[in-house]
Write a protein that binds this ligand. Structure first.
Ligand code: HEC
Ligand code: HEC
Ligand code: HEC
Ligand code: HEC
Ligand code: HEC
Ligand code: HEC
Ligand code: HEC
Ligand code: HEC
Ligand code: HEC
Ligand code: HEC
Ligand code: HEC
Length: 495
């Protein structure tokens, strides 16, 4: 059809334009209905129809991005918030598009569109910065709502109903101007104030056609190199200033909902393992400080991690399919799970930066899954509930009501109330010796949990060396995991 119109318009441009003007004034401008119909992404598709991630394929790439998944439409980004922004996007930009569609050669259209898609300055020409901050920050949202007429009659666009913090919290997303994102933290507010736009870093957020769209490290470095002399920007080799996530993971403090311990390699600099930004550590890297067996530790840690991650992802995806219409309280639990998975997926070391901390996150995912399944709306009489809980609590905390082992058995512990296990079994210790509280354990768990008969352990102890040893795997850590007792290294290896 456009082909025909184009032919017609070329033959008789004046008449064509007149007819068009009449159609628009009578049919379009006058009718809100028409406006709404032409706001829908499906309408834009008529002229942006390609089935590929490239110019003219904007509908297709939009569909593959994260925003379309949550109901954000073309005009939510391509028009500023409020009535004025809506009309501008519709009438002014709409007319311009129509004009170009008819009078501009396809070659030039492609040239223009390519520029809008690849140059941050030109991108700002098409997409609205105000709309980005409207949805992604609380202060800007409030300010724009106060100073701008948002809507009068009826429903215009999804963005008109965005009120923060409620909106972004529905997705478990941070206020980017106040909190760091999950991942590399650039300090959004400082960049905004320095005139760096969203597109300088997030170019492609609209149409790269991927869900997890991150800025590239080269983007940061290029601009910082250029700005070195005029602004205070971090040095490229100061990894941890930007990589707050990897640093926080090493410290066991990164996740808001899972508190862990510092990894015993937390004091290593990033550059101790990462020779530079471009090369990744390999199993040989471990062997450069440790003996060769540590290469296997890396491989084993990573392959175990990959399996656990696959499991956790499928748990999340199961609930992701159920979030439509989920009550707010339950949704908050889901979002907590979603954000833990974002850490697990984006850290990138497949477990190496802090295996224990990651394990706690995997456990938390399972725990949250149960919490979603058993979630009930909060009851009105909160106080009564709390009191009930108070009654139950001491019971849970208390040690088992009666002794676990007979007095006769307990008597056998005489002389071995505590045992220095390192002295007995570790010829070349690298960690502080474990002084085992034999009696303390016998008060809590049965002799038979550890012994096949008194004095004989359930397994044979050969020389103990490295973290893959029989005490860890067959006794201490094995049971601690099952009974949810502490498993961080310094629980047992006390300095
Ligand atoms: C009649 C065909 C047509 C329709 C319908 C159409 N566009 Fe376009 N659009 C174009 C053409 C042609 C261009 C290229 C303009 C140029 O060469 O500068 C364009 C350019 C754009 C640009 C680039 C920046 C600008 O303002 O020029 C954006 C953004 C855009 N369109 C968004 C949309 C949205 C959103 C819709 C749906 C509400 C839509 N278009 C519907 C033909 C159309
Ligand atoms: C999340 C906000 C967002 C949504 C939603 C969005 N866009 Fe965009 N769009 C952008 C941004 C930002 C750019 C600049 C290039 C980039 O970052 O991808 C852009 C660029 C464009 C361009 C310029 C050429 C190009 O290919 O980059 C066109 C045309 C366009 N969008 C059309 C659309 C249409 C049509 C829709 C709906 C089907 C849509 N956009 C939905 C943010 C958005
Ligand atoms: C200086 C570069 C830079 C600028 C400018 C920038 N961002 Fe970011 N943004 C980032 C980085 C880096 C991340 C984290 C990406 C990662 O590691 O996953 C991020 C993450 C985000 C996230 C995800 C937050 C989360 O964890 O859920 C949002 C939303 C976001 N940015 C929006 C914006 C908006 C809106 C603008 C414009 C006001 C903007 N950004 C400007 C670099 C930038
Ligand atoms: C109408 C509200 C709205 C507008 C406008 C909007 N976003 Fe978003 N954006 C969202 C929501 C909601 C999410 C999170 C979706 C989710 O978690 O499933 C999101 C996610 C993101 C992410 C995270 C991507 C990821 O994979 O983690 C970035 C980055 C982002 N937006 C940047 C932008 C930029 C830049 C603009 C302006 C061109 C913009 N957004 C416009 C609502 C919006
Ligand atoms: C368009 C140029 C530009 C780009 C692209 C850019 N930056 Fe910056 N960055 C700056 C400027 C300018 C400053 C100094 C801001 C100030 O101190 O006011 C800065 C400062 C910083 C700071 C120090 C903030 C502080 O608290 O002092 C960090 C961290 C940072 N940038 C991270 C990033 C990351 C991460 C990226 C890539 C995702 C990035 N930057 C991309 C221009 C840029
Ligand atoms: C100016 C901020 C900044 C600094 C400094 C920085 N990075 Fe990055 N780095 C990023 C961003 C942004 C990404 C891409 C987003 C992501 O992966 O979360 C990234 C990604 C990476 C990746 C993933 C692969 C890639 O290239 O995308 C590695 C590996 C990496 N960085 C290592 C390092 C190391 C090692 C250092 C210190 C020598 C370092 N980075 C310093 C911002 C920075
Ligand atoms: C004990 C060694 C070690 C230390 C210390 C270390 N890393 Fe890593 N890192 C690794 C290993 C191993 C990988 C995974 C490499 C692979 O699987 O190919 C990795 C992966 C990464 C990745 C992901 C790369 C990608 O392709 O996605 C980033 C980013 C990263 N590290 C940043 C850091 C930063 C920043 C620090 C300091 C805060 C740090 N690392 C400290 C060993 C280390
Ligand atoms: C720059 C040298 C260095 C590199 C490279 C390095 N480590 Fe370590 N590693 C250390 C130091 C220092 C400790 C702390 C020893 C302590 O506190 O007892 C340690 C401790 C450990 C421990 C626990 C204690 C022990 O001796 O068993 C394990 C396990 C370990 N590293 C595994 C790895 C793995 C896997 C890699 C490769 C991804 C690696 N290391 C790379 C220096 C390094
Ligand atoms: C949590 C595990 C655990 C529990 C429970 C436990 N033990 Fe032990 N027991 C050990 C370990 C470890 C050793 C040291 C074995 C070695 O060094 O070869 C040990 C050693 C002994 C020995 C030999 C004494 C020595 O100095 O080597 C006797 C006898 C013994 N246990 C009896 C008992 C009896 C009886 C109970 C129940 C009342 C009990 N144990 C409960 C772990 C346990
Ligand atoms: C059969 C189960 C079991 C085995 C085997 C076991 N433990 Fe325990 N351990 C426990 C339980 C239960 C606790 C108490 C946890 C609590 O109070 O929260 C505990 C507590 C501890 C504590 C005190 C932790 C704290 O909260 O400060 C240490 C230290 C400890 N165990 C060391 C060891 C060592 C070393 C071994 C191996 C020789 C070992 N355990 C084997 C079950 C076990
Ligand atoms: C529940 C108790 C427990 C926990 C938790 C534990 N270990 Fe051990 N570990 C032992 C026992 C018992 C031995 C053998 C006796 C000894 O070494 O004192 C041992 C031995 C070792 C050895 C070999 C002996 C040596 O000194 O080189 C290493 C290495 C080691 N552990 C590292 C770790 C690391 C790293 C962690 C944290 C990831 C950890 N352990 C957590 C109980 C524990």
């Amino acid at each position: 059809m456009w082909q025909k119109l184009k032919e017609f318009s070329r033959k008789d441009p004046l008449i064509f334009t007149l007819i068009l003007a009449v159609i628009i004034v009578v049919g379009g401008y006058g009718s809100l209905q028409m406006m709404h119909a032409t706001s829908k992404p499906e309408f834009c598709k008529t002229c942006h129809p390609k089935e590929a991630v490239e110019v003219r394929g904007e509908y297709y790439s939009f569909r593959k991005g994260i925003h379309s998944e949550v109901g954000v439409g073309c005009l939510d980004c391509h028009g500023a918030p409020g009535i004025q922004g809506y009309l501008d996007a519709h009438v002014v930009a709409g007319m311009r598009s129509l004009y170009h569609e008819i009078f501009t050669s396809e070659e030039d259209v492609i040239k223009h569109l390519t520029e809008y898609g690849t140059d941050p300055k030109a991108a700002a020409h098409g997409a609205s910065l105000d709309s980005c901050v409207f949805c992604h920050s609380d202060d800007f949202n409030r300010k724009i709502r106060r100073n701008t007429m948002i809507k009068v009659l009826g429903e215009f666009r999804p963005i008109d109903d965005v009120v923060n913090p409620e909106y972004r919290e529905k997705f478990g997303r941070p206020d980017i101007m106040k909190e760091g994102p999950i991942g590399v933290n650039p300090d959004h507010l400082k960049h905004y104030q320095a005139g760096v736009t969203c597109f300088d870093c997030h170019l492609g957020i609209g149409h790269a056609g991927v869900k997890n769209h991150k800025p590239k490290m080269e983007t940061c470095f290029k601009c910082h190199d250029e700005n070195r002399n005029v602004a205070k920007v971090p040095a490229n080799d100061n990894c941890a200033v930007c990589h707050t996530m990897q640093k926080g993971v090493q410290q066991g403090t990164y996740s808001k909902s899972v508190k862990g311990d510092a990894w015993y390699m937390a004091d290593l600099q990033c550059s101790d393992c990462h020779a530079d930004t471009a090369t990744l550590p390999t199993p040989e890297t471990c062997a450069s400080c440790h003996d060769a067996s540590y290469s296997d530790i890396m491989k084993e840690t990573q392959s175990a991690y990959v399996q656990k991650l696959a499991q956790a992802k499928s748990t999340r995806d199961k609930y992701a399919a159920q979030i439509k219409g989920m009550p707010a309280g339950k949704l908050a639990v889901y979002n907590e799970m979603k954000n833990i998975l974002r850490i697990l997926e984006n850290d990138g070391s497949k477990g190496i930066h802090n295996p224990e901390y990651f394990d706690m996150m995997f456990d938390k995912v399972t725990e949250l899954a149960t919490a979603i399944d058993t979630w009930t709306p909060p009851v009105e009489k909160v106080e009564e509930h709390a009191q009930q809980k108070k009654h139950e609590e001491p019971k849970e905390e208390a040690k088992p009501a009666g002794p676990v082992n007979t007095a006769e058995d307990m008597a056998m512990l005489e002389g071995s109330e505590t045992i220095n296990l390192a002295e007995r079994h570790v010829p070349a210790p690298t960690k502080p010796a474990v002084i085992f509280d034999h009696k303390g354990h016998a008060e809590r768990v049965a002799c038979a949990d550890c012994h096949s008969e008194p004095g004989v352990l359930k397994f044979e102890v050969k020389e103990v060396k490295g973290t893959k040893n029989v005490f860890h795997d067959e006794l201490c850590i094995k049971c601690h995991k099952e009974r949810k007792a502490k498993t961080s290294c310094n629980t047992c290896h006390k300095k």
